[in-house]
Design a protein around this ligand. Sequence first.
Ligand SMILES: NC(=O)c1ccc[n+]([C@@H]2O[C@H](COP(=O)([O-])OP(=O)(O)OC[C@H]3O[C@@H](n4cnc5c(N)ncnc54)[C@H](OP(=O)(O)O)[C@@H]3O)[C@@H](O)[C@H]2O)c1
Length: 289
Amino acid sequence: MDETPVAHRRRSLAERVAIRLLYPTFRPTAESLREAVAGKVVLVTGASHGIGKASARKLAAAGAVVLLVARSRAELERLAADITAAGGVAHAHPADLTDPDAVDRLGRTVLSEYGHIDVVISNAGKSIRRPIAESYDRFHDFTRTIDINYLGPVRLLLTLLPDMRARGHGHIVNVSTWGVLMPPSPRWSAYGASKAAFDVWLRSVAPEIAGDDVTTTSVYMPLVHTRMSAPTDFGRMPALTVDEASDLVTHAVTAKPRDIAPWWAVRVQAWSAVHRDQVQRFMERRFRR
Ligand SMILES: NC(=O)c1ccc[n+]([C@@H]2O[C@H](COP(=O)([O-])OP(=O)(O)OC[C@H]3O[C@@H](n4cnc5c(N)ncnc54)[C@H](OP(=O)(O)O)[C@@H]3O)[C@@H](O)[C@H]2O)c1
């Protein structure tokens, strides 16, 4: 399993307690996961690394037919071969989700090859943490985050939703971030806005498709040690391993709750909405320091 060296470091007792208290995770039993996904066609985006890769392995081990999507063909093919060798079923479908034609092609291909998709794990993403003062000549930071974190997943779902609704069956899991529930954070404008856009889009669409038994789960993922979070200076902050993060994804697929979030996140969200001005001033002071 590909984790950063930080994730392999033994957690101190304080870290273990902090994780247990702040980010409790849920691992579905093997039977309940198998019951939920055995024989189902599950498409996982961002399956070449990190949370997506670990989730794909667990879903395949539980009997799902897993369709692996990301740009890195070699990684996907290696993962598909590993899964097949372990007795599972997985197929690599390399695609750049920021390329509209590639996304349309992917949607058409998977529907024609597998007949339907039961579950979509919308997990592929890109994070950028950069102050605005260093972004004046980097408009591409905003286009590339919005393309992969918002427009790509929307386009993919536009190709898959009609079939899911017609069949009266489907589940969509959005691997979002706890940041979406927090007050907007300095330096995270590109990433935060793009993740918030898809979160709002999916939650807006959810009531429209619920009548056709197509359900959604938004996973407001806390910090996870992956290659995505590695370049930022969060090395000492308590964070989940990809194994724990992928448990949240398999829990989403099994129990199908509307949201999965750290227990305190929605409370902070509500409090910060009421005290918006105070929160903004706190952010300003903190950023100046
Ligand atoms: N790590 C965290 O702390 C954290 C916290 C909250 C939420 N999340 C969310 O969790 C999700 C997974 O992140 P991760 O930490 O597992 O990151 P990761 O290890 O960097 O994996 C990102 C995945 O997205 C794929 N991807 C990126 N750009 C793509 C594109 N244009 N087309 C298709 N696939 C693309 C990557 O594959 P290729 O490079 O092969 O294309 C890779 O498989 C993201 O949506 C992220 O926002 C992460």
